[in-house]
Design a protein around this ligand. Structure first.
Ligand SMILES: [Zn+2]
Length: 699
């Protein structure tokens, strides 16, 4: 099931025996290191037996020992791409490169130029002039790459290969991308090389977030890498794209901020960052509330498919929210209506269809008919009410339907199974996609198993920081669904509730939960939504994006990549974000914060983010004052973003103290500040201003 192969040529060692320790400190072994790749070490114990241990299981001290060995013995270079600032290689594509292969060649050329000053030429293989003095960098599959045995079409989606041969570097991957997915393996090969071999980092969008180490010579050791992402859909919903501009305009955000050129640039920066972090999709997954327009469409022709209300009528609970109408899920007529259009498509030869069984939003109005109620089970013992932010359903805060059990998961699971069995009759590759959400979030207790083609989007792990009890509950629920046989994917609102634009850091909690999810079957994510609080939450975003690809990376090592980008200010940056992480995690145990709705959380900001809290953070940053002169211009600009992020937090808290973020002296100052920092990717000022309107703290 684990579909990753990591064939980095292992480094061989002839080291002394030493004591190795696991991360928990409870296991120790005296052994000598035989070899190591990026993921595992092979150790020979004193009795001669050889064991293989994942690097993530080793203590941090052992990790540092491995790094020191690697630094002491860099692998011998076998290929020179640039020498003394002059190109000694040429980038070669096939005769008709597709869009992502063109991007891959351009990205490689651009980063190498920034790194060394050398502009590598880009040529199509059929126009290539022979020059034996130049190494060939084959980008994407081509006739040439095939002569070296590299064929990408048969690889799993998004898989890439990096391979050195005499005077040749191959960077190629599965590029079968089409509408709705990003199967751009060749581009992933380029980013992997730039990141893991050449030290490039993209810690946030835009130029200040890009770190490209400078060197006059670019050489590579022998490489033979093949990677397939474990997580097939690695997705953050973005909030500064063209499609959002209309919403911002309609809300009047243009009164405060430039929705023209600056907006376009920030949107492009966000897209490019998403791509460089290798977020994307191996295949499209169509989910989302499935029946939002069904009331209007079917209320006259098929009223029985809708939920029966306690008053005996089948209808939406609230007239103002027909899109929240619930379905009578035990009604075969509903199943027929869902499956008929898919059956038609299957008859046209389509395979691998998705049945969307994601119930509409809202926590009320569920069916009270006898047949649905017969499908219900007793409530699970561990079910507990969640605060409004945590269950993600604050949009519909109306009281529960008291006559129904708290958990309706059994009726929903039975419905998913009925659909799965029926749909397989016309498409053996069909999958049913549904949410574990709202009143059907906890795993069912009376259903023995879920059909293997059911995909459950668990809408949990929603808000961070999380008290331990909630983390445990979410983990138990996740395991419950996956042990019943469903493929569980994460449909989390965690980034949506991740702070309001003051420093807010939850890197370790989110990374640990991600690793738990991946270890327990998670193959797709859909994080709603990336708020773009780069200077306030940046390390958390970076860790999450990086670890969606490198799922067993060590969170502290990934954080170090982030902090290293600050050069001599590295320690200060780390202390600053560590301080805020401790502060944020504490909020998770603070009822006055965690138990509140989002609006109340916002209103509590001036108390939570008080003068004393900011003073400590400023004291940390002030330690950077005498280090700044040793920093490069880029490192200084990066550090400046941290300072601006802190300042944004202070101005926000001051404006909220006043009640509104857009008026009064404090609000006016805040909006002016947002105009100034908009292009720097400190904070996505458009989103945060729009969100304040939504939560009624903006006039
Ligand atoms: Zn019913």
């Amino acid at each position: 099931m684990i579909a990753i192969s990591m064939l980095v040529a292992p480094t061989l060692f002839a080291a002394e025996a030493r004591e190795w320790e696991d991360r928990t400190g409870s296991f120790r072994v005296a052994a000598e290191l035989v070899e190591a790749d990026r993921k595992h070490v092979k150790l020979r114990r004193t009795d001669g037996t050889v064991i293989v241990v994942p690097i993530t299981k080793l203590s941090h001290a052992d990790g540092r020992y491995l790094s020191s060995l690697r630094e002491a013995k860099p692998a011998a270079p076998v290929l020179t791409l640039v020498e003394n600032g002059q190109p000694t290689s040429v980038i070669v594509t096939n005769g008709r490169p597709n869009e992502s292969q063109i991007t891959a060649a351009a990205e490689l050329q651009e980063h190498i130029r920034i790194m060394s000053g050398a502009t590598l030429p880009i040529a199509k293989e059929n126009e290539l002039e022979p020059d034996p003095a130049r190494a060939l960098i084959l980008v994407g599959e081509s006739n040439l790459s095939r002569t070296y045995g590299v064929v990408t079409k048969t690889l799993e989606p998004e898989t890439f290969v990096i391979k050195t041969l005499p005077n040749v570097l191959i960077l190629a991957g599965e590029d079968g991308g089409g509408k709705g997915n990003a199967r751009t393996g060749t581009l992933w090969a380029v980013y992997d090389l730039l990141q893991d071999q050449l030290g490039c980092r993209w810690i946030w969008p835009g130029e200040t977030g890009r770190r490209v180490p400078r060197r006059e010579c670019i050489q590579l050791p022998a490489l033979d890498i093949c990677e397939t992402p474990v997580v097939k859909i690695r997705h953050f919903r973005l909030l500064a794209q063209d499609k959002h501009r209309f919403g911002y305009e309609r809300e009047g955000i243009g009164r405060f901020l430039d929705l023209g050129e600056t907006y376009d640039q920030v949107a492009e920066d966000e897209r490019v960052w998403y791509r460089r972090m290798r977020l994307g999709k191996s295949f499209p997954l169509s989910a989302g509330h499935a029946f939002t327009d069904w009331w209007e469409k079917h209320k006259d022709s098929a009223p029985d498919i809708f939920a029966l209300q306690p008053d005996g009528k089948r209808r939406p609970r609230s007239g103002s929210h027909p899109d929240f109408v619930k379905m009578c899920v035990s009604n075969p007529k509903l199943w027929e209506l869902q499956l008929a259009p898919l059956q038609n498509r299957a008859q046209q030869g389509e395979r691998g269809l998705w049945v969307n069984a994601c119930e509409n939003d809202g926590s009320g109005g569920f069916c009270t008919c006898q047949r649905c109620r017969l499908w219900d089970a007793a409530p699970p013992a561990n079910s507990m009410a969640r605060p409004p932010v945590e269950d993600g359903s604050e949009v519909d805060g109306a009281p529960r339907d008291s006559e129904l059990p708290e958990s309706l998961s059994d009726r929903y699971a039975r419905w998913y199974n009925e659909l799965a069995v029926r749909a397989r009759q016309f498409d053996p590759d069909v999958r049913v996609v549904a949410y574990a959400y709202s009143r059907y979030r906890a795993p069912p207790t009376g259903v023995e198993r879920l059909e293997p083609n059911v995909w459950i989007g668990y809408v949990g792990f929603n808000a961070y920081p999380r008290p331990d009890s909630y983390r445990q509950l979410s983990a138990d629920e996740w395991l419950g669904w996956s042990q019943l046989g469903a493929t569980v994917f994460l449909r989390s609102n965690s980034l949506f509730y991740c702070g309001e634009g003051a420093p807010y850091v939850v890197s370790h909690q989110m990374a640990e939960d991600l690793q738990f999810q991946v270890q327990n079957g998670m193959r797709a994510t859909d994080y709603d939504a990336l708020q773009g609080y780069w200077a306030a939450t940046g390390p958390t975003y970076y860790v999450l994006a990086r670890m969606l690809w490198d799922t067993d990376a060590d969170v502290d090592e990934v954080l170090n990549e982030f902090y290293e980008s600050f050069g001599p200010l590295q320690e200060v940056a780390k202390d600053f974000y560590d301080y805020w992480e401790a502060f944020t995690v504490d909020l998770g145990n603070n009822e006055a914060y965690f138990g509140q709705s989002r609006t109340d959380r916002l209103r509590a900001y001036p108390t939570i983010y008080n003068a004393a809290v900011f003073l400590k953070a400023e004291a940390i940053l002030s330690r950077g004052k005498h280090l700044v002169r040793d920093a490069s211009d880029e490192e200084r600009e990066r550090f400046r973003n941290i300072e601006l992020g802190l300042q944004h937090g202070r101005l926000l808290a001051a404006a909220l103290e006043d009640g509104k973020t857009s008026s009064g002296a404090a609000g006016t100052q805040l909006m002016q500040f947002r105009r100034d920092i908009a292009p720097r990717n400190v904070i996505n000022v458009y989103w945060t201003t729009s969100k304040e309107k939504r939560y009624r703290v903006l006039e």
